[in-house]
Design a protein around this ligand. Structure first.
Ligand SMILES: Nc1ncnc2c1ncn2[C@@H]1O[C@H](COP(=O)(O)OP(=O)(O)OP(=O)(O)O)[C@@H](O)[C@H]1O
Length: 212
């Protein structure tokens, strides 16, 4: 199958009216067969760009789009955004089992679902609420939820920044294996150059002034 592309063309964005652009004429393309890094100084707009690519913010100028309509049977957004603090991404009143039941996709009825869960989630956590598991455990649940949505693209925004080395390695191994098998394009946002070097096919720099 030919890879899909998620692209941004000439994206300009500012959070505040009449302020200078945070992102100015940013263009990039991410293929569904690649893992691309995005780095840049603190405040350069990496998270903002991630939210634009995930459809959570609309750019004031420019466009974000896909090379083809969706092929997968999923009710979820084609771009899943996973961030550093999973606790903010979950309903605190839902048990982990409910969090993981939320994405509705063709994976629900397949062995893939079991494979994702077996690799990332301990069955003992399913009964618990998000605040009753550790940060690293909750990040594994968060990633499992994103993969169960069967996305075409996944944006990983500092997802392992506050985790120990063993948990980091486990999360990246699972994510990269799954991305390769399923043809999920991954954008990795990180300040960790060593990590970017290991996991990415290529790395983009977002400079001050939001120019790639
Ligand atoms: N909702 C918002 N409203 C107003 N300003 C915002 C908002 N979100 C982010 N900003 C500002 O936009 C700028 C870019 O923030 P962003 O989080 O995108 O940068 P970043 O490159 O991801 O930074 P870091 O590497 O520190 O995570 C910062 O100056 C930030 O204060």
């Amino acid at each position: 199958m030919t890879p899909l592309t998620l692209s941004a063309e000439g994206v300009c964005f500012t959070h505040r009216r009449r302020a200078p652009w945070l992102l100015e004429a940013v263009s990039l393309a991410l293929g569904s067969d690649e893992v691309v890094g995005l780095r840049g100084p603190s405040g350069a707009g990496k998270t903002t760009l991630a939210r634009i690519l995930a459809g959570l913010l609309r750019p004031q100028r420019g466009t974000v789009g896909f090379s083809e309509p969706r092929r997968r049977d999923t009710s979820c957004h084609r771009v899943q955004l996973v961030t550093q603090h999973p606790v903010h991404a979950m309903n605190p009143r839902w048990r982990i089992a409910d969090v993981l039941a939320e994405p509705v996709s063709a994976l629900n009825a397949s062995a893939d679902r079991e494979q994702i869960l077996a690799g990332l989630v301990d069955p003992g956590w399913l009964d618990r609420f998000p605040h009753e598991v550790s940060g690293g455990q909750l990040q594994r649940v968060n990633l499992a939820r994103a993969l169960l949505a069967d996305p075409d693209f996944l944006i990983a925004d500092e997802i392992t920044a506050s985790l120990d080395a063993v948990t980091q390695a486990r999360i990246w191994r699972l994510l990269l294996e799954r991305a390769r098998e399923r043809g999920i394009g991954v954008l990795v946002i990180s300040h960790d150059d060593a990590l970017l070097k290991v996991v990415c096919d290529r790395v983009l720099d977002l400079g001050d002034g939001g120019v790639i």
